[in-house]
Ligand binder design. Sequence first.
Ligand SMILES: O=C(O)C(=O)C[C@]1(C(=O)O)C=C[C@@H](O)C=C1
Length: 365
Amino acid sequence: MSDEETRLGELRERIDTIDDELLRLISERAECARTVAEVKQQANPDEAVAFYRPEREARVLRRIKERNPGPLADEEMARLFREVMSACLALEKPMTIAFLGPEGTFTQAAALKHFGHSVLSTPLAAIDDVFREVASGNAEYGVVPVENSTEGMINHTLDMFMSSPLKICGEVQLRIHHHLLVSPEADAASITRVYSHQQSFAQCRKWLDSHWPMLERITVSSNAEAARLASLEEGAAAIAGDMAASLYGLEIRHANIEDRPDNTTRFLIVGTEEVPVSGEDKTSILVSMRNNPGALYGLLEPFQRHGIDLTRIETRPSPNETWAYVFYIDFRGHRDEQAIQAVLGEVEAQCVEMKHLGSYPMGVL
Ligand SMILES: O=C(O)C(=O)C[C@]1(C(=O)O)C=C[C@@H](O)C=C1
């Protein structure tokens, strides 16, 4: 046996011993989660039990990142624990998550990043359908895109909150990498058109203009649909991500063609329950205002006075009145915290209507 073989043999034996220990510990953790489920059930025998606890999951993942000794990166370690916790939750209660489909969209990737792979995920055709599926109780939670760092807000999602009773229970950010995808047997010279979602075309506009200006750009309802069409039609390419590429057996002809390398989309998790404080939270509200002079200043001033960090303000036209506005506002903090309660009281006193959309843990992964 060579030196290399002897050394590798020893190291692999050590890895086997560590794996045995990991197996034992993960199983012990799963048993513990199963007992947690029993305790929750016994404490609330007549009510629907909240097995999924977003605030606890955020704390677990933050703690793992803080205590991670390396050499694995904090994000990598948190991702592993995300999957362990996802499997533990599935043991307590298998969860159904509705997402803006079809299969292979970035929203599905965001749902799996947030909940881990042990959930049942249901693709739906439209943002409205995701909200409806959760409101009707067919899915426990829903995942929808809300903003992109290159293209701005997804107004349809914002507008859904005006009428929906659902709460925001979490957020997750995903780096969006777009690729030019073609069938493996396609000849570059035969490509005449490219399918994609309108947002993806917008995020790759400069690249397409300079590299493939002659391709006809055809907008479809999702990147996954674009990939499906490219897999079926001769002379067609798609702009979509990794999941869609592997789902439809397409080849990446050009990788990472997004105009901005930090291209990121933020997604919201919607559900029916309020989430308790996790320690690092965000709150979202909708505020209807009359178009009076100084109205916006009056609305924002309490946030400044109480030292609350506003992370986003968006204006949408009111559905009820011409030239009246609805402001969608995100800020740091939780509704159960005193400073936030004070600000919300002041905002409520001067607006036509205020709707609390949810207080939820800031994205950890
Ligand atoms: O702490 C709980 O309430 C649990 O159910 C355990 C656990 C975990 O595996 O750590 C599992 C699911 C919850 O979403 C949060 C945490």
